[in-house]
Design a protein around this ligand. Structure first.
Ligand code: BGC
Length: 495
């Protein structure tokens, strides 16, 4: 679809200040323009700078592979931290008993319990609850955040129904999914390297997050124990592998992004020869920190500079749900300043993160002739009054940013798969290989999903890409964490 991005405006004599538009929307900056204004060049430039033709995809995939190797060679060798998960044995299906999962990774935390019934019965019952984290706790103190989480966990534990049975003499065990970069020190401990995704909680970085959780449980008299600390990508991987042995990669595309995969211990030089019994382990790549070869624009650079972690998580800031809406807002603001939406710039458009990725998705889903939903969202969310032309323009902007994100995510996936293939010829591309995906962006944004698949097919070719199955593993990370708590139970296995 192409649009003519012009709007006819009445001549305006510049005057600046907060005014009220016809429909009561605050408009603060008058655009000094006369006659026909064209913002087409902004869109054209954006599309060309965000373009991801095959050579760009290939470069990103190759850089991803190279960076993985660099991060495996020495600590800090590349953008990718390539963190050892200490998950050396995976759920086999034989796991039995009651296990909990606690999942902290975005604006919500989830608690979940699962009753496992072994090979025959598998997952007998699950229950979960989701609690949203108040904004102020995301920049409060570590104690406040962990106390809040533990009080949610305590409440949830009290509602344990009769489908759930704890074996006598045992404490309730938890798989703790903590979806931030953590330097694992064992399967049940790890130091927070830094917060991401807008969290700026003081006093946690540099500390063992399981110890933080244990202290909060002690403060509140909750007698449970953490048996596994896992990243959400690792949890998703484990949850999917429980059902399908061909799963080799786990990917999260939600508020943030990450990927993990199965690695051979002898391909990790920085380990200096330590081995797990299986000879394999799961590596948490922390690919959100990747930055090489990405097609970036002034809008990305400005957003990064204004973020709480400038210069960090560049791949994440280009492809993940927290940021796509904000990039689009910045483009629309620029267009508004050039007169795309009338003679004034709506005040709301100046508010960072006011446009969410869900809004982009809802606008892209609008297939009415006059793009009514686009018009309402623009007006309700950003105070933008639009006509059909400007609505088409906005949809094009959304598509440009979402297409770049989805295609780059696809290139990242190929980067991981090709690294695995290089090390074990035929074992990845020569057979069915499953990439387990989770996260709201992947789950709810059909165009984004399609762009991922397009990029994978373009990079691998039709034949090879048929062996690569990208599969949604819904809520895999919660169940996966509970399964890993079972696999790593403090009580050993009686099955
Ligand atoms: C974190 C990862 C996490 C990902 C997805 C990123 O910001 O660094 O640890 O897996 O978000 O939740």
């Amino acid at each position: 679809m192409s649009v003519v991005a012009t709007a006819t405006l009445p001549p305006v004599v510049g005057s600046f200040g907060i005014g009220r538009s016809r429909r009561g929307v605050s408009r603060i900056k008058m655009v000094v323009r006369s006659g026909v204004v064209s913002v087409a060049p902004i869109l054209t430039k954006l599309q060309s700078e965000c373009a991801t033709p095959l050579p760009v995809l290939r470069r990103v995939a190759d850089e991803m592979t190279a960076d993985m190797r660099a991060g495996l060679s020495v600590e800090g060798g590349g953008d990718l931290k390539m963190i050892l998960s200490y998950v050396d044995s995976l759920p086999s299906g034989n796991e039995k008993g009651l296990f909990y999962a606690l999942d902290l990774g975005g604006t919500n935390f989830r608690v979940l319990r699962v009753q496992l019934g072994g090979k025959e019965e598998r997952v007998i019952a699950t229950e979960f609850e989701q609690v949203s984290i108040p904004q102020e706790l995301m920049s409060g103190t570590s104690e406040e955040l962990f106390d809040f989480i533990v009080s949610g966990l305590a409440k949830f534990t009290q509602q344990e129904g009769e489908n759930f049975h704890l074996s006598p003499g045992r404490k309730r065990e938890i798989g703790f999914t903590f979806s931030f970069p953590v330097k694992q020190t064992s399967i049940d401990s790890g130091i927070l390297i830094k917060w991401t995704k807008g969290f700026a909680v003081s006093g946690t970085a540099g500390k063992d997050v399981v110890a933080c959780l244990n202290e909060a449980m002690k403060r509140q008299g909750l007698d449970m124990q953490v048996s596994a600390l896992v990243n959400d990508a690792v949890g998703t991987f484990a949850g999917a592998k429980y059902w399908d042995d061909d799963v080799m990669v786990g990917v999260i595309l939600g508020t943030g992004t990450n990927a993990c995969y199965v690695e051979r211990m002898d391909s990790i030089p920085k380990l200096h020869g330590s081995f797990s019994p299986s000879g394999r382990t799961i590596i948490n790549t922390e690919w959100g920190a990747f930055s090489k070869g990405l097609p970036l624009t002034v809008f990305d650079r400005d957003m990064d500079a204004a973020s709480i972690n400038p210069g960090e998580q560049i791949f994440e800031k280009t492809i993940a749900g927290m940021y796509l809406g904000e990039i689009v807002r910045r483009v629309l603001l620029k267009m508004a300043e050039e007169g795309a939406f009338g003679s004034c710039v709506p005040e709301k458009l100046f508010t960072p993160f006011i446009l969410r990725t869900q809004d982009l998705c809802a606008m892209q889903k609008d297939n009415t002739d006059d793009l009514q939903a686009v018009g309402s969202i623009l007006y309700d969310v950003a105070g933008v009054e639009s006509n059909l032309n400007s609505r088409k323009l906005v949809v094009e902007v959304c598509d440009t940013i979402v297409k770049r994100g989805g295609r780059l995510a696809g290139a990242g996936i190929v980067g991981i798969l090709q690294k695995m293939e290089q090390d074990s010829e035929g074992l990845i591309f020569g057979k069915r290989t499953v990439v387990a995906m989770d996260g709201g962006l992947y789950e709810h944004y059909p165009q984004y999903r399609r762009y991922i698949q397009d990029a994978v097919t373009e990079l691998l070719g039709t034949e090879t890409s048929q062996n690569v199955i990208i599969e949604h593993s819904k809520d895999g990370s919660g169940i996966g964490a509970a399964l890993l708590a079972a696999t790593n139970s403090k009580y050993g296995h009686d099955y």
